[in-house]
Write a protein that binds this ligand. Sequence first.
Ligand code: GRF
Length: 215
Amino acid sequence: MSSRCRVVVLISGSGSNLQAILDQASSHYEVVGVLSNKADAFGLIRAEKANIATAVISHKHFEDRLSFDQAMIEKIDAWQPDLVVLAGFMRILTEQFVNHYLGKLINIHPSLLPKYPGLDTHARAISAGDTEHGATVHYVTPELDAGPSIVQAVVKIEAEDSAESLQARVHKAEHKIYPQAVQWIAQNKVVMHSASSTLFEGEPISDEQLKVRVN
Ligand code: GRF
């Protein structure tokens, strides 16, 4: 990308990852729009404070997922994004939406994928007796939480951890890796190669490049 990468962020709630992405915006990327499916999402206030355009499209006003997704596509495309970032966006997206942005749609998931797709990841990691947990930034493909990874934050699970304390540490780690992933994509360092692989500077990502240890 010759000029700054135009980033659109989709949220449903607090938007602390959005905040981290805004705080670390650089000469490589700018956030040009924030879309929420909830009018009371705190992330909208964060965006307004940063003078970023916002929009609310409530899924409740649509008969089915496809018409909701089509309304979102129309709004998002008006911002002419190079990259669409899901940051706590709590709706399942249709295959049509995902394919429309394939290769330029990313998500952050609170687990070391492919472990624990879906919900309650922190409690599941603790009850499985895992020693490590974390978060994954990945390209989005039609299969839920299954697209190729870009970067993972690895967090140690302590004996005294509850799901809440672990979640708090993982959340903090997310704020480091998500802006990093956006920056890499904006710099063209990272690209999605196929539904199961990501290239880092032209080579398949190695495990060492993928994993960042944060405690
Ligand atoms: C994060 O935990 C992320 O992993 C998940 O949704 C949460 C969003 O948090 N996908 P925030 O709204 O960015 O604070």
